[in-house]
Design a protein around this ligand. Structure first.
Ligand SMILES: [Zn+2]
Length: 107
């Protein structure tokens, strides 16, 4: 899923970060518990793996996503990881379908 809640403090002007904040959308509270666990573990995996949030090309982004899910599974949340990835795949294909439908109807 394209989550964007991980924010790293700026290192500009010699300011060193002493904390990282992980913001999770309140919408998450409406999800099934296994999805919540999967998403939280996934976002924590990005932090543990020190993945940058900005300035990442699409290939690196996809590689980081895979690495984060692998880390989640390494931590023992295999079912949660697979569930989240399945939902993401379904959503992507549904979005493509809807976009195509809009294109078909507009032309
Ligand atoms: Zn991610």
């Amino acid at each position: 899923m394209p989550f964007w809640p991980t924010i790293y403090p700026s290192k500009k002007e010699g300011i060193q970060p002493y904390a990282k904040v992980l913001y999770l959308s309140p919408i998450l509270e409406k999800r099934a518990w296994s999805a919540v666990v999967g998403v939280v573990a996934h976002e924590l995996a990005h932090i543990v793996l020190r993945h940058p949030v900005e300035g990442v090309d699409p290939k690196t982004y996809n590689d980081n996503e895979k690495a984060a899910w692998l880390k989640v599974e390494e931590w023992g949340f295999v079912a949660q990881s697979r569930r989240c990835q399945a939902i993401h795949k379904w959503r992507e294909s549904y979005d493509k379908y809807r976009i195509q439908k809009l294109k078909d109807n507009s032309g």
